[in-house]
Design a protein around this ligand. Structure first.
Ligand code: PGA
Length: 251
């Protein structure tokens, strides 16, 4: 496992975009997956800028959404599909070759999960799997206690996630109880995982994920077993890691 520590959020986002750019230049037909949330905003801005400037050609790339909340759809602020549309798909001036996104408000959730799985089967394995890390160490909506063998699935949200969620909905408490998500099996089959985290509030869970035992109580700890996992952190998120940790590099 490699860990790149950048001085602040902007530098972390640029470093993450450098990695994505290098990977998709090497594999122009690649399947890529980006998460929703606060963490990837800077990376997506950088990605779209590089598309606009011609450094990244998205036309052969395929995009698959990571996860979403059950009960809200692409037109609802705070849904991951809305986030991906507003921060990525609408901002890119040239489209991806193919795209899979969820509609968490749809009646056909099981069919959508089958659709996500089929999309990954068709174009996969995922070449660049970008992941945020939840306050409980979740990856996508793979919450504490998750079965690591699951693929695309529907799952109850943990109390931590239900507590954090209103930040995405303008402070409103929505009665959201379930998520839909790629499973850990698909994440672990990805060729490269880029795990991004910033801010002091993530320092504790990042340290547990990287230094602690591999356990489904901290789902991100599973990445310790991924052969090509790169963490991109800012100084604050890395603040509980020893400076001489093998694989850690400051940029
Ligand atoms: P955040 O969410 O980027 O908004 O911190 C990360 C996550 O829950 O996966």
């Amino acid at each position: 496992m490699k860990i790149i520590v950048a001085k602040d959020y902007e530098a972390m986002s640029r470093a993450a975009a450098d990695q994505v750019e290098a990977l998709v230049r090497a594999e122009p037909e690649a399947l890529v997956s980006f998460p929703g949330g606060d963490t990837p905003v800077g990376l997506l801005r950088e990605f779209c800028r590089r598309v606009k400037e011609g450094a990244i050609d998205p036309s052969g790339l395929k995009f698959v959404q990571l996860d979403d909340w059950v009960g809200i759809g692409p037109n609802d602020e705070g849904s991951c599909s809305n986030f991906i549309r507003e921060n990525l798909l609408r901002v890119m001036d040239r489209p991806f070759g193919d795209v899979f996104t969820f509609n968490g408000a749809g009646e056909d959730i099981d069919a959508q999960l089958a659709g996500q799985e089929a999309f990954i089967e068709k174009y996969g394995p995922i070449c660049v799997e970008v992941l945020g890390i939840g306050m409980n160490g979740h990856l996508g909506f793979n919450e504490e206690g998750i079965d690591f063998s699951l693929r695309s699935h529907r799952t109850p949200l943990s109390s931590v996630t239900r507590g954090v969620q209103k930040k995405y909905f303008g402070g409103r408490d929505l009665p959201l109880k379930e998520g839909i998500t790629q499973g850990i099996a698909q994440i672990m089959e990805s060729k490269t995982v880029l795990a991004i985290a910033n801010g002091k509030k993530k320092a504790d869970i990042v340290a547990k994920a990287i230094l602690g035992p591999v356990t489904n109580q901290v789902p991100a700890s599973v990445l310790q077993g991924h052969g090509r996992c790169l963490y991109l952190l800012d100084e604050e998120a890395a603040s509980l890691l020893p400076a001489d940790l093998p694989g850690l590099e400051r940029v």
